[in-house]
Design a protein around this ligand. Structure first.
Ligand code: UDX
Length: 437
């Protein structure tokens, strides 16, 4: 099948590459010519495990190409995916300007039947808005607009795309249903479902999924905070409740709050949708409020330990990305934590396997940067763990003790077992577990 993907950001690139991998002919379109030139030579602008190998293979096999020529890409394609940014505007609502602009352009380019598929996370009713724009110039027999939200997790996006737990497709057109079912059938051969529904329900599904997951995290963060006060251990509580299949084992890890390009933005946007419809979504507002507070907890603990005076202290930060296996720092708790430490007059030395450059762009010479996890510890009063990268899981504890000024760890991701920390003689504070002195 011939496919055009408009927008070569994170979602567009993974989508285009994975469709090429299953034998489709894919053209990726972007206005950024530098990016197009880099992609043509197989360079991915993002860090996503497995993507570069797949991209190189499909470029070589000539199943994927890159262009800034929208006209040509649209002419050849049967299915056109919109994977455009929908940044949060000043009020937090998703800004649809890129999606609607491209819809206007498509209206003057389409001459034969096309399916326009929206992959971006967009408020309920957007498919209808795109349809209305196209209808200004085109007869309704020339297009269908479909909502097809993505559920890709950064770090495992290729796998999520190739083996989705479900595919959601919002359309009531029989013609589009058949073509979309054909396109996605190679990805659901293990028997996972493709759910066809109306576009509004598909759009809402995406927000409901992300908000529910964010709610699970905020709930566990609250339970963890209460565990600390009651002397319970959240590790046990998590396992204890997670084995109930109605709850599920996944997404029950407490920490320093959820971050990333999706949860914070989507929870905020859904709350705004609720407000627009004069619905007071109390639970969602609490999810937001809990997350804002949770991002502050680690610095609060640190501050308490140092008698509420961090002035002149130095701290080593392990992990900056909003989660492991990505270089993404959008809405990462680390960014807030760094801001607070700097504001309190502390010196901050950071290490992350891949996200350091992105943090450097944000903080420049306000921070000290380290090439190695152990070097970051030198002259530091304490180590703070902010992302649970695998390489932090079983470090050389003797080396940590030798390099730090004192054996003190504040762990925002519960990476270490309490017994181990006791055995090693650290002062160790984590989330939802008693501290080791
Ligand atoms: C998320 C959704 O999982 C995905 O389906 C959607 O399409 C996009 O948004 P992503 O943003 O890549 O994916 O990250 P995810 O793995 O969901 O983690 C989000 C945040 O929650 C991270 O900051 C992570 O550290 C935090 N988290 C996750 C927890 O604090 N505890 C958990 O148990 C799980």
């Amino acid at each position: 099948m011939k496919i055009a993907v408009i927008g070569t950001g994170y979602v567009g690139l993974v989508t285009g590459t994975c469709f090429a991998e299953t034998g489709n002919q894919v053209v990726c379109v972007d206005v950024d010519q530098k990016k197009i030139a880099a992609l043509r030579s197989g360079k991915t602008p993002i860090y996503e495990p497995g993507l570069d190998v797949l991209l190189a293979r499909n470029i070589k096999e000539e199943r994927i190409s890159f262009t800034d020529d929208l006209t040509k890409a649209v002419e050849d394609a049967l299915v056109i995916f919109l994977a455009l940014p929908t940044p949060a505007g000043a009020d937090g609502a998703a800004d649809l300007k890129y999606v609607l602009q491209v819809a206007e352009q498509l209206g003057s380019l389409i001459t034969t039947y096309k399916i326009i598929v929206n992959k971006s996370t967009v408020p309920v009713g957007t498919a209808e808005k795109v349809s209305a724009i196209l209808s200004k110039r085109l007869s309704s027999s020339l297009f269908d607009v479909v909502s097809n939200p993505e559920f890709l997790r950064e770090g495992v996006a290729v796998d999520d795309f190739l083996k989705p737990e479900r595919v959601v497709i919002g359309t009531t057109s029989e013609r589009a249903t058949k073509i979309m079912a054909d396109l996605y059938s190679p990805f659901v051969r293990q028997g996972n479902p493709i759910y066809f529904m109306d576009a509004r329900s598909a759009e809402m599904t995406k927000y409901a999924a992300n908000s529910f997951l964010a709610m699970k995290i905020s709930f566990m963060n609250e339970i963890a905070n209460l565990c600390e006060r009651t002397g319970a251990n959240v590790d046990w509580v998590r396992i204890g409740i997670g084995s109930d299949q109605r709850i599920g084992k996944r997404f029950l890890f407490p920490g320093i709050g959820y971050g990333g390009s999706c949860f914070p933005k989507d929870v905020l946007a859904l709350n705004l949708t609720a407000q627009e419809h004069e619905y007071d979504f109390k639970l969602l507002q609490s999810v937001l409020a809990v997350n804002t507070l949770q991002k502050k907890r680690l610095v609060q603990k640190l501050s308490q330990y140092f008698d509420h005076n961090l002035q002149g202290r130095q701290f080593a930060l392990w992990g900056l990305a909003f989660k492991p296996e990505t270089d993404d720092i959008r809405d990462a708790p680390s960014v807030d934590i760094i801001g607070e430490l700097l504001a309190a007059g502390a010196t901050v030395k950071v290490y992350d396997p891949v996200a350091t450059e992105n943090v450097r762009q944000l903080f420049g010479d306000q921070l000290l940067y380290s090439e190695s996890q152990y070097e970051a510890l030198q002259d530091a009063d304490a180590l703070l763990i902010l992302t649970e990268w695998s390489e932090f899981r079983n470090p050389d504890f003797e080396k940590i003790k030798r390099n730090l000024k004192a054996p003190v760890i504040f762990d925002g991701r519960n990476v270490y077992a309490l017994e181990k920390m006791k055995e090693q003689g650290f002062h160790y504070e984590s989330i939802g577990r008693s501290s080791i002195n």
